[in-house]
Design a protein. Structure first.
Length: 264
C-alpha cells in the first residue's frame, strides 16, 4: 500500500531543507537548496576533484544538469531577493534597487505586500518553510533586534522559519525561530553595540583563524542564546531540523547558488 505523500515547498537559504506536510498526493514536494558562495567548479558533477560531492553528483546524474548558469548577483542578499520575488534586485525598492548585502541592522527589505515564490505556492495549497541563512533583514526601519522580530519570513508566505538571521560568519551568532531568538532571556536581551567594543561583546565559539574568515561579534547579552550557536555543529542543527519531517517520494529537488565562477 502506497502512503499518501504530503505536499510542501521548502526554500533552503543555505544547504538545508525541511517539510511541513499537508495530506495531499497529487502535487510533488518541492525542495529548493540555495547555496551561498558555491562556485561552478566546486561540484564533482562539474569537474571538481579536490572535494567530493557524491549526493549532489547523484542529483545531477538522476536529474537535469545545467551548463549555462546565470545569477542575478554575485552577493547573497541580492540573489535571495531575486529568488523569492522573481524581480531583479536593481528594480527593487521602488526602482532604487538593492546594491549590496543587507547590513546587520537592516529592516526587512522585501515589501510584505509583494508576492513571493512561497506565497504563490502557499496560495496553491502548499505548506511552506525556510531553513538556514536569511540575510534579508527583520522588522520595519532600523532593526534593533528587540523581539518579536517582525515583519519576517512568516510575513512573506512562509509558515515556518528556523535559521541564521544574518550570515554564518557574522553576528549576531544566534538562531532565530520565526520571530524569536532561540535561548533568549528577557533578563539578558540581545543588544547591538557595534564594532570596537571587544570587552563588552558576548564571547562566541573559538575557531582557528585558518578555519574561517569570521567577523567579530557586535552584540552583548543573550549569553545562553550565543552558547547554542556553535560553529562546529551549525550544519548538524539545521540538518536535524530538515530530517525531522523529511520525505523521500514524489519530490522535486533544485540546487542553485549565487556565485558561478570556476573555483577548483
Amino acid at each position: 500500500m502506497i502512503k499518501r505523500i504530503p505536499k510542501h515547498i521548502v526554500i533552503a537559504l543555505g544547504f538545508t531543507c525541511s517539510v511541513i506536510g499537508m495530506q495531499v498526493q497529487e502535487k510533488p514536494n518541492i525542495i529548493i537548496l540555495f547555496a551561498d558562495d558555491l562556485g561552478y567548479g566546486d561540484l564533482g558533477c562539474y569537474g571538481a576533484t579536490k572535494v567530493k560531492t557524491p549526493n549532489i553528483d547523484k542529483l545531477a546524474e538522476e536529474g537535469k544538469r545545467f551548463t549555462d548558469a546565470h545569477s542575478a548577483s554575485a552577493v547573497c542578499t541580492l540573489t535571495r531577493y531575486a529568488l523569492l520575488t522573481g524581480e531583479y534586485p536593481l528594480r527593487a525598492n521602488d526602482g532604487n534597487g538593492i546594491w549590496g548585502p543587507a547590513p546587520i541592522t537592516s529592516d526587512l527589505i522585501i515589501n510584505t505586500e509583494q508576492l513571493t515564490i512561497a506565497g504563490v505556492l502557499k496560495n496553491s495549497g502548499y505548506a511552506t518553510a525556510a531553513l538556514g541563512k536569511w540575510h534579508l533583514g527583520f522588522g520595519t526601519g532600523e532593526n534593533d533586534w528587540k523581539q518579536p522580530l517582525s515583519p519576517e519570513p512568516n510575513n512573506l508566505g512562509f509558515d515556518y522559519y528556523y535559521g541564521v538571521p544574518h550570515v554564518y560568519s557574522a553576528p549576531p551568532y544566534v538562531y532565530v525561530e520565526n520571530t524569536s531568538v532561540i535561548g533568549a532571556d528577557p533578563n539578558d536581551p540581545l543588544v547591538y553595540i557595534g564594532k570596537g567594543k571587544p570587552d563588552e561583546v558576548t564571547p562566541i565559539t573559538l575557531i582557528p583563524k585558518e578555519a574561517s574568515q569570521r567577523t567579530v561579534n557586535m552584540f552583548k547579552g543573550a549569553k545562553e542564546a550565543h552558547k547554542l550557536y556553535n560553529d562546529y555543529n551549525v550544519g548538524t542543527v539545521l540538518a536535524d531540523k530538515a530530517e525531522a519531517g523529511s520525505l523521500v517520494l514524489n519530490q522535486i529537488i533544485m540546487l542553485g547558488a549565487d556565485l558561478q565562477q570556476q573555483h577548483l
